[in-house]
Design a protein around this ligand. Structure first.
Ligand code: MG
Length: 377
Protein backbone atom coordinates (compact mmCIF):
# COMPACT_ATOMS: atom_id res chain seq x y z
CA UNK A 1 0.00 0.00 0.00
CA UNK A 2 1.44 3.33 -0.99
CA UNK A 3 1.77 5.98 1.72
CA UNK A 4 -0.88 8.08 -0.01
CA UNK A 5 -3.42 5.32 0.61
CA UNK A 6 -3.37 6.17 4.32
CA UNK A 7 -6.64 7.44 5.74
CA UNK A 8 -7.14 10.86 7.29
CA UNK A 9 -8.12 10.18 10.88
CA UNK A 10 -8.50 13.58 12.58
CA UNK A 11 -9.28 17.22 11.91
CA UNK A 12 -8.63 20.02 14.43
CA UNK A 13 -9.55 23.71 14.17
CA UNK A 14 -8.19 26.86 15.79
CA UNK A 15 -10.26 30.06 15.34
CA UNK A 16 -7.62 32.75 15.84
CA UNK A 17 -7.71 36.48 16.58
CA UNK A 18 -4.23 37.80 15.68
CA UNK A 19 -3.23 41.28 16.93
CA UNK A 20 -2.07 43.71 14.23
CA UNK A 21 0.33 46.66 14.45
CA UNK A 22 -1.85 49.35 12.84
CA UNK A 23 -5.22 50.14 11.34
CA UNK A 24 -5.67 49.55 7.62
CA UNK A 25 -8.36 51.17 5.50
CA UNK A 26 -9.51 49.77 2.17
CA UNK A 27 -12.27 50.96 -0.14
CA UNK A 28 -14.69 48.37 1.22
CA UNK A 29 -13.83 48.46 4.92
CA UNK A 30 -11.21 48.60 7.66
CA UNK A 31 -9.20 46.21 9.82
CA UNK A 32 -8.20 47.31 13.32
CA UNK A 33 -7.08 45.52 16.48
CA UNK A 34 -7.00 41.94 15.24
CA UNK A 35 -7.55 39.93 12.10
CA UNK A 36 -9.39 36.62 12.39
CA UNK A 37 -8.29 33.45 10.62
CA UNK A 38 -9.06 29.73 11.06
CA UNK A 39 -6.23 27.17 11.15
CA UNK A 40 -6.99 23.57 10.20
CA UNK A 41 -4.90 20.48 11.02
CA UNK A 42 -5.39 17.08 9.40
CA UNK A 43 -3.72 13.95 10.75
CA UNK A 44 -3.06 10.74 8.80
CA UNK A 45 -3.07 7.17 10.14
CA UNK A 46 0.73 7.17 10.27
CA UNK A 47 0.78 10.27 12.50
CA UNK A 48 1.86 12.82 9.89
CA UNK A 49 0.11 16.20 10.00
CA UNK A 50 -0.87 18.81 7.42
CA UNK A 51 -2.01 22.38 8.06
CA UNK A 52 -4.13 24.95 6.21
CA UNK A 53 -5.47 28.44 6.89
CA UNK A 54 -8.78 30.13 6.02
CA UNK A 55 -8.36 33.91 5.87
CA UNK A 56 -11.81 35.46 5.44
CA UNK A 57 -12.77 39.14 5.53
CA UNK A 58 -16.46 39.70 6.15
CA UNK A 59 -16.79 42.62 3.70
CA UNK A 60 -14.97 40.77 0.89
CA UNK A 61 -15.07 36.97 0.85
CA UNK A 62 -17.09 36.03 3.95
CA UNK A 63 -17.02 35.84 7.74
CA UNK A 64 -14.75 33.83 10.07
CA UNK A 65 -17.89 32.29 11.57
CA UNK A 66 -18.91 30.97 8.14
CA UNK A 67 -15.39 29.61 7.48
CA UNK A 68 -15.38 27.82 10.83
CA UNK A 69 -18.86 26.36 10.35
CA UNK A 70 -18.06 25.23 6.81
CA UNK A 71 -14.99 23.32 8.01
CA UNK A 72 -16.42 22.01 11.26
CA UNK A 73 -19.89 20.97 10.14
CA UNK A 74 -19.98 20.57 6.34
CA UNK A 75 -16.44 19.63 5.24
CA UNK A 76 -15.28 17.51 8.21
CA UNK A 77 -17.52 14.52 7.23
CA UNK A 78 -16.10 14.60 3.69
CA UNK A 79 -12.51 14.41 4.90
CA UNK A 80 -12.18 12.21 7.98
CA UNK A 81 -12.00 8.57 6.88
CA UNK A 82 -10.98 9.42 3.29
CA UNK A 83 -7.65 8.46 1.76
CA UNK A 84 -4.86 11.00 1.23
CA UNK A 85 -4.82 10.03 -2.45
CA UNK A 86 -8.37 11.36 -2.89
CA UNK A 87 -7.66 15.12 -2.87
CA UNK A 88 -9.37 15.84 -6.19
CA UNK A 89 -12.45 13.86 -5.18
CA UNK A 90 -12.58 15.44 -1.71
CA UNK A 91 -12.33 18.95 -3.19
CA UNK A 92 -15.02 18.20 -5.76
CA UNK A 93 -17.27 16.95 -2.94
CA UNK A 94 -16.42 20.07 -0.90
CA UNK A 95 -17.54 22.27 -3.79
CA UNK A 96 -20.94 20.59 -3.73
CA UNK A 97 -21.33 20.30 0.06
CA UNK A 98 -21.46 24.00 0.92
CA UNK A 99 -21.93 27.05 -1.30
CA UNK A 100 -19.31 29.83 -1.31
CA UNK A 101 -17.03 29.56 1.81
CA UNK A 102 -14.05 29.65 -0.56
CA UNK A 103 -11.62 30.41 2.28
CA UNK A 104 -12.62 27.19 4.08
CA UNK A 105 -12.10 25.21 0.86
CA UNK A 106 -8.70 26.87 0.37
CA UNK A 107 -7.72 25.84 3.91
CA UNK A 108 -8.81 22.26 3.25
CA UNK A 109 -6.96 22.08 -0.09
CA UNK A 110 -3.84 23.49 1.59
CA UNK A 111 -3.95 20.98 4.45
CA UNK A 112 -4.49 18.03 2.06
CA UNK A 113 -1.50 19.15 -0.03
CA UNK A 114 0.70 19.83 3.01
CA UNK A 115 -0.10 16.38 4.42
CA UNK A 116 0.41 14.58 1.09
CA UNK A 117 3.70 16.44 0.59
CA UNK A 118 4.99 15.48 4.03
CA UNK A 119 4.01 11.84 3.48
CA UNK A 120 5.68 11.77 0.02
CA UNK A 121 8.64 13.94 1.06
CA UNK A 122 7.76 16.41 -1.74
CA UNK A 123 7.10 20.17 -1.60
CA UNK A 124 3.56 21.36 -2.37
CA UNK A 125 4.81 23.09 -5.54
CA UNK A 126 5.90 19.67 -6.86
CA UNK A 127 2.39 18.28 -6.29
CA UNK A 128 1.00 21.26 -8.23
CA UNK A 129 3.07 20.57 -11.33
CA UNK A 130 6.61 21.59 -10.52
CA UNK A 131 8.42 24.88 -9.96
CA UNK A 132 8.91 27.77 -12.41
CA UNK A 133 10.56 30.22 -9.98
CA UNK A 134 12.53 30.21 -6.71
CA UNK A 135 11.58 33.72 -5.57
CA UNK A 136 8.53 35.99 -5.93
CA UNK A 137 8.78 39.82 -5.83
CA UNK A 138 6.99 41.10 -2.71
CA UNK A 139 4.61 44.07 -2.67
CA UNK A 140 3.53 45.76 0.56
CA UNK A 141 0.25 47.65 0.81
CA UNK A 142 0.14 51.27 1.95
CA UNK A 143 -3.24 51.60 3.66
CA UNK A 144 -2.81 53.41 6.97
CA UNK A 145 -5.22 56.36 7.43
CA UNK A 146 -2.29 58.04 9.28
CA UNK A 147 -0.04 58.59 6.25
CA UNK A 148 2.98 59.56 8.37
CA UNK A 149 2.99 56.00 9.77
CA UNK A 150 3.06 54.70 6.20
CA UNK A 151 5.97 57.04 5.42
CA UNK A 152 7.88 55.32 8.25
CA UNK A 153 6.85 51.92 6.84
CA UNK A 154 8.13 52.89 3.37
CA UNK A 155 11.52 53.85 4.82
CA UNK A 156 11.64 50.38 6.41
CA UNK A 157 10.56 48.70 3.15
CA UNK A 158 13.24 50.57 1.22
CA UNK A 159 15.89 49.50 3.72
CA UNK A 160 14.64 45.90 3.41
CA UNK A 161 14.97 45.93 -0.39
CA UNK A 162 11.23 45.82 -1.13
CA UNK A 163 10.67 47.44 -4.53
CA UNK A 164 6.88 47.20 -4.93
CA UNK A 165 4.15 49.02 -3.03
CA UNK A 166 0.39 49.05 -3.49
CA UNK A 167 -1.40 52.24 -2.48
CA UNK A 168 -4.90 51.61 -1.15
CA UNK A 169 -7.14 54.40 -2.41
CA UNK A 170 -10.80 55.40 -2.36
CA UNK A 171 -11.37 55.11 1.40
CA UNK A 172 -11.20 58.89 2.01
CA UNK A 173 -11.31 61.77 -0.49
CA UNK A 174 -9.64 62.08 -3.88
CA UNK A 175 -7.30 64.85 -2.68
CA UNK A 176 -5.86 62.47 -0.05
CA UNK A 177 -5.11 59.89 -2.75
CA UNK A 178 -3.48 62.46 -5.06
CA UNK A 179 -1.44 63.95 -2.20
CA UNK A 180 -0.08 60.51 -1.26
CA UNK A 181 0.80 59.68 -4.88
CA UNK A 182 2.64 63.00 -5.18
CA UNK A 183 4.61 62.44 -1.98
CA UNK A 184 5.51 58.87 -2.93
CA UNK A 185 6.70 60.02 -6.37
CA UNK A 186 8.79 62.80 -4.80
CA UNK A 187 10.21 61.01 -1.75
CA UNK A 188 10.29 57.34 -2.86
CA UNK A 189 10.92 57.40 -6.63
CA UNK A 190 12.56 53.96 -6.52
CA UNK A 191 9.28 52.17 -5.67
CA UNK A 192 7.17 50.72 -8.43
CA UNK A 193 3.64 51.72 -7.43
CA UNK A 194 0.36 49.90 -7.91
CA UNK A 195 -3.04 51.36 -6.94
CA UNK A 196 -6.00 49.44 -5.47
CA UNK A 197 -9.44 51.00 -4.91
CA UNK A 198 -11.08 47.86 -3.45
CA UNK A 199 -14.40 48.93 -5.08
CA UNK A 200 -14.16 52.34 -3.39
CA UNK A 201 -15.49 54.54 -6.24
CA UNK A 202 -19.06 55.16 -7.37
CA UNK A 203 -19.74 54.82 -11.08
CA UNK A 204 -20.26 58.60 -11.24
CA UNK A 205 -16.84 59.50 -9.85
CA UNK A 206 -14.77 56.61 -11.23
CA UNK A 207 -13.89 57.82 -14.79
CA UNK A 208 -12.38 61.16 -13.76
CA UNK A 209 -10.59 59.85 -10.65
CA UNK A 210 -9.10 56.85 -12.42
CA UNK A 211 -7.86 59.17 -15.19
CA UNK A 212 -6.15 61.42 -12.59
CA UNK A 213 -4.48 58.47 -10.88
CA UNK A 214 -3.39 56.93 -14.19
CA UNK A 215 -1.41 60.13 -14.88
CA UNK A 216 1.03 59.00 -12.15
CA UNK A 217 1.84 55.93 -14.26
CA UNK A 218 1.26 53.10 -11.76
CA UNK A 219 1.89 49.52 -12.93
CA UNK A 220 -1.85 48.90 -12.67
CA UNK A 221 -5.08 50.18 -11.11
CA UNK A 222 -7.12 47.54 -9.30
CA UNK A 223 -10.91 47.22 -8.94
CA UNK A 224 -12.05 50.88 -8.92
CA UNK A 225 -15.79 50.07 -8.73
CA UNK A 226 -18.10 47.48 -7.17
CA UNK A 227 -17.53 43.85 -8.10
CA UNK A 228 -20.75 43.53 -10.12
CA UNK A 229 -20.21 46.70 -12.24
CA UNK A 230 -18.80 44.76 -15.19
CA UNK A 231 -19.94 47.41 -17.72
CA UNK A 232 -18.12 50.20 -15.85
CA UNK A 233 -15.01 48.05 -15.45
CA UNK A 234 -15.02 47.48 -19.23
CA UNK A 235 -15.48 51.22 -19.86
CA UNK A 236 -12.64 52.17 -17.50
CA UNK A 237 -10.40 49.60 -19.15
CA UNK A 238 -11.11 51.14 -22.56
CA UNK A 239 -10.56 54.73 -21.37
CA UNK A 240 -7.46 54.21 -19.23
CA UNK A 241 -3.89 54.01 -20.48
CA UNK A 242 -2.78 52.04 -17.39
CA UNK A 243 -3.67 48.31 -17.08
CA UNK A 244 -6.87 47.67 -15.12
CA UNK A 245 -6.89 44.70 -12.73
CA UNK A 246 -9.98 42.86 -11.50
CA UNK A 247 -9.98 41.58 -7.92
CA UNK A 248 -13.39 41.49 -6.22
CA UNK A 249 -15.04 40.91 -9.64
CA UNK A 250 -13.23 37.58 -10.08
CA UNK A 251 -13.27 34.86 -7.44
CA UNK A 252 -12.93 31.55 -9.30
CA UNK A 253 -12.42 30.19 -12.82
CA UNK A 254 -16.12 30.71 -13.60
CA UNK A 255 -15.87 34.48 -12.94
CA UNK A 256 -12.58 34.66 -14.86
CA UNK A 257 -14.22 33.16 -17.93
CA UNK A 258 -16.98 35.77 -17.80
CA UNK A 259 -14.54 38.63 -17.08
CA UNK A 260 -12.44 37.70 -20.11
CA UNK A 261 -15.49 37.38 -22.32
CA UNK A 262 -16.84 40.79 -21.21
CA UNK A 263 -13.44 42.51 -21.49
CA UNK A 264 -13.52 44.03 -17.99
CA UNK A 265 -9.78 43.92 -17.24
CA UNK A 266 -6.20 43.64 -18.47
CA UNK A 267 -5.26 41.35 -15.59
CA UNK A 268 -6.52 39.64 -12.45
CA UNK A 269 -5.54 39.35 -8.80
CA UNK A 270 -5.42 35.59 -8.16
CA UNK A 271 -6.10 34.52 -4.55
CA UNK A 272 -6.50 31.02 -3.19
CA UNK A 273 -9.02 32.42 -0.67
CA UNK A 274 -11.28 33.60 -3.51
CA UNK A 275 -10.74 30.63 -5.83
CA UNK A 276 -11.43 28.02 -3.13
CA UNK A 277 -8.14 26.19 -3.40
CA UNK A 278 -4.70 26.09 -4.97
CA UNK A 279 -5.60 24.16 -8.10
CA UNK A 280 -8.61 26.40 -8.77
CA UNK A 281 -6.37 29.47 -8.33
CA UNK A 282 -4.01 28.05 -10.95
CA UNK A 283 -7.02 27.66 -13.25
CA UNK A 284 -7.90 31.36 -12.83
CA UNK A 285 -4.37 32.36 -13.86
CA UNK A 286 -4.39 30.00 -16.84
CA UNK A 287 -7.74 31.24 -18.13
CA UNK A 288 -6.44 34.80 -17.80
CA UNK A 289 -3.25 33.99 -19.68
CA UNK A 290 -5.11 32.09 -22.40
CA UNK A 291 -7.10 35.28 -22.99
CA UNK A 292 -4.01 37.48 -23.14
CA UNK A 293 -4.44 38.86 -19.60
CA UNK A 294 -1.86 39.15 -16.83
CA UNK A 295 -2.06 37.69 -13.32
CA UNK A 296 -0.97 38.94 -9.89
CA UNK A 297 -0.54 37.02 -6.63
CA UNK A 298 -3.03 38.71 -4.31
CA UNK A 299 -3.93 37.80 -0.75
CA UNK A 300 -6.35 38.56 2.09
CA UNK A 301 -5.46 39.58 5.67
CA UNK A 302 -3.48 36.38 6.14
CA UNK A 303 -0.99 34.82 8.50
CA UNK A 304 2.17 33.07 7.32
CA UNK A 305 0.48 29.70 6.80
CA UNK A 306 -1.78 31.06 4.04
CA UNK A 307 1.18 32.97 2.59
CA UNK A 308 3.04 29.64 2.27
CA UNK A 309 0.14 28.09 0.38
CA UNK A 310 0.03 31.09 -1.98
CA UNK A 311 3.80 31.01 -2.48
CA UNK A 312 3.77 27.31 -3.46
CA UNK A 313 0.84 27.95 -5.82
CA UNK A 314 2.60 30.88 -7.52
CA UNK A 315 5.87 28.92 -7.69
CA UNK A 316 4.02 26.32 -9.78
CA UNK A 317 2.10 28.84 -11.93
CA UNK A 318 4.23 30.63 -14.57
CA UNK A 319 1.22 32.69 -15.65
CA UNK A 320 1.40 34.77 -12.41
CA UNK A 321 4.02 37.32 -13.43
CA UNK A 322 3.27 40.46 -11.37
CA UNK A 323 4.64 39.38 -7.98
CA UNK A 324 2.75 38.83 -4.73
CA UNK A 325 1.52 40.72 -1.67
CA UNK A 326 2.28 38.27 1.13
CA UNK A 327 3.42 41.06 3.45
CA UNK A 328 1.17 40.64 6.49
CA UNK A 329 3.26 38.04 8.37
CA UNK A 330 6.31 40.33 8.16
CA UNK A 331 4.85 43.84 8.27
CA UNK A 332 1.29 43.71 9.67
CA UNK A 333 0.83 41.04 12.37
CA UNK A 334 2.31 41.70 15.80
CA UNK A 335 3.33 38.04 15.85
CA UNK A 336 2.96 35.45 13.11
CA UNK A 337 1.97 31.82 13.78
CA UNK A 338 4.81 29.98 11.99
CA UNK A 339 7.60 28.24 13.95
CA UNK A 340 10.18 30.07 11.82
CA UNK A 341 9.57 33.39 10.03
CA UNK A 342 7.82 33.42 6.65
CA UNK A 343 10.81 33.57 4.29
CA UNK A 344 11.38 37.04 2.80
CA UNK A 345 14.79 38.32 1.73
CA UNK A 346 15.81 41.42 -0.26
CA UNK A 347 12.22 42.15 -1.21
CA UNK A 348 11.56 38.62 -2.46
CA UNK A 349 9.52 35.78 -1.02
CA UNK A 350 11.73 32.67 -0.98
CA UNK A 351 9.81 29.59 -2.13
CA UNK A 352 10.40 26.78 0.42
CA UNK A 353 11.83 23.48 -0.85
CA UNK A 354 11.07 21.27 2.18
CA UNK A 355 8.32 18.64 2.29
CA UNK A 356 4.73 19.92 2.21
CA UNK A 357 4.53 23.66 2.82
CA UNK A 358 8.11 23.54 4.16
CA UNK A 359 7.29 25.34 7.43
CA UNK A 360 4.77 24.63 10.19
CA UNK A 361 2.70 26.66 12.62
CA UNK A 362 3.70 26.77 16.29
CA UNK A 363 0.99 24.86 18.22
CA UNK A 364 1.57 26.80 21.45
CA UNK A 365 1.00 30.06 19.57
CA UNK A 366 -2.14 28.66 17.91
CA UNK A 367 -3.51 27.82 21.35
CA UNK A 368 -2.44 31.21 22.71
CA UNK A 369 -4.33 33.17 20.03
CA UNK A 370 -7.27 30.73 19.84
CA UNK A 371 -10.77 31.89 20.67
CA UNK A 372 -11.81 28.36 21.71
CA UNK A 373 -10.38 25.63 23.98
CA UNK A 374 -6.72 24.59 23.49
CA UNK A 375 -5.98 21.64 21.20
CA UNK A 376 -3.38 18.99 22.05
CA UNK A 377 -0.04 19.24 20.24
MG1 MG B 1 -7.43 44.13 -4.28
Amino acid sequence: MSDLHQKIVAMDLWPLALPVVARRDHGIGSVEGTCEVIVLRLRAEGGQEGFGEASPWSVFTGSPEASHAALDRYLRPLVVGRRLSDRAAIMADAGRAVAHCTEAKAALDTALLDLAGRVCNAPVWALLGGKCRDTIPLSCSIANPEFEQDIALMHRLRADGVGLIKLKTGFRDHAFDVMRLERIAAEFPEFRVRVDYNQGLSIEEAPARVRDVAAFGPDFIEQPVAAHHFDMMARLRDETTVPLLADESVFGPEDMTRAARDGICDGVSVKIMKAGGLTRAQSVARIAAANGLSAYGGDMFEAGLAHLAGAHMIAATPEITLGCEFYQATYFLKEDILETPFPVRDGQVIVPDGPGLGLRPDIARLNHFSQSDPVAA
